[in-house]
Design a protein around this ligand. Structure first.
Ligand SMILES: [Fe+2]
Length: 319
């Protein structure tokens, strides 16, 4: 192909080619199924900033329960949460109207709140804000880029930011659902653990302490994040079967008789039965087995099965 003589045109074409490649790369990264919401947002913000040639990028998510927008990660500002009421600021206006706002001189625009700059010491010059809409056309968040490194954000930047936001919407929704599911799961375990604490008040807080030390041990062993998660949940629920042990035995002060001790030992069997009824996702299917084996000993002197060494699940040996 003959290259155009015009140097300016050539530079423009090269920049356009680079942008097209970055857009394709962005789509590819989105399809790599990053399920952690924070990780996904971090990736989206870094890529958007790069593609738009901006100094900063923040993705706000809409909190429908509290009529606000929030961002867990604001690059350049650390990892604290920023929360904006939906009826305030440029991001709020964009989320409400679903329309893009392009400000070429922030301090000359009444809609810009100079307070944020005053607090952070940052000087905002140009702002491009666009909505992120779901398949139904509802704004589920807002993309905001600040300070274009060269010049001001133009119509082409507006189209690209809208395209990025549209591409990101599905991935963000997926990660959001995953995050909600995780919170629901953890609150469910927390409730079970609290129920047990209320009943077995002599050892209340025991499950949380065991979880703390088990995870610390796992970290020292350099376990992977998904393994630490499995260890955390199995530890948290390891004594759940105590719910099935009679209260007069659980709360008995002093030494237990041999028969009473036999009943206490049953809590591991009950743990397996109770946890076996929970539908765990594939990665957590071993939880009932791990939790039910927490009183097994490597020399085979433990209970309930008296299994030895490597026959005891690895994570149960940590617990
Ligand atoms: Fe136990």
């Amino acid at each position: 192909m003959k290259e155009p003589d015009n140097t300016e045109e050539l530079t423009r074409l090269r920049a356009e080619k680079k942008r097209m490649e970055s857009l394709l790369d962005f789509g590819h990264k989105l399809s790599s199924r990053i399920l952690d919401l924070d990780d996904l947002l971090k990736m989206i913000m870094a890529e958007t900033r790069e593609i738009l040639g901006a100094e900063r990028c923040t993705v706000f998510l809409r909190d429908f329960d509290n009529d606000s927008l929030y961002s867990k990660i604001a690059d350049g500002l650390g990892s604290r949460e920023i929360r904006i009421p939906l009826d305030k600021g440029i991001a709020g206006a964009v989320a409400r109207s679903g329309e893009i706002i392009n400000i070429k001189d922030a301090y000359a625009d009444d809609r810009f709140d100079t307070d944020v700059d005053r607090k952070t010491g940052y000087v905002t010059k140009t702002i491009l804000t666009c909505p992120m809409k779901d398949k139904m056309g509802e704004s589920i968040g807002v993309f905001q880029v600040l300070n274009k490194k060269e010049g001001v954000f133009d119509g082409e930047d507006e189209r690209i930011l809208l395209l990025l936001a549209r591409q990101a919407a599905d991935a963000v929704e997926n990660a959001f659902l995953y995050d909600e599911q995780k919170k629901m799961f953890e609150s469910f375990i927390d409730t079970l653990s609290d129920t047990l604490d209320k009943r077995d008040y002599l050892t209340a807080g025991h499950s949380r302490r065991v979880t703390f030390f088990a995870v610390k041990t796992g970290e020292a062993m350099l376990l992977f994040a998904h393994e630490l998660e499995l260890l955390k949940y199995a530890s948290w629920m390891h004594d759940m079967g105590k719910i099935g042990v009679r209260e007069c035995i659980l709360a008995k002060p002093g030494k237990l008789s041999a028969e009473e001790f036999e009943q206490i030992k049953n809590h591991t069997v009950f743990t397996r039965e109770i946890l076996g009824k929970i539908h765990f996702k594939r990665e957590f299917r071993q939880i009932p087995e791990i939790a039910a084996s927490h009183h097994e000993n490597v020399d085979g002197s433990g209970y309930p099965r008296g299994i030895k060494g490597a026959a005891i699940p690895f994570f149960a040996r940590i617990i």
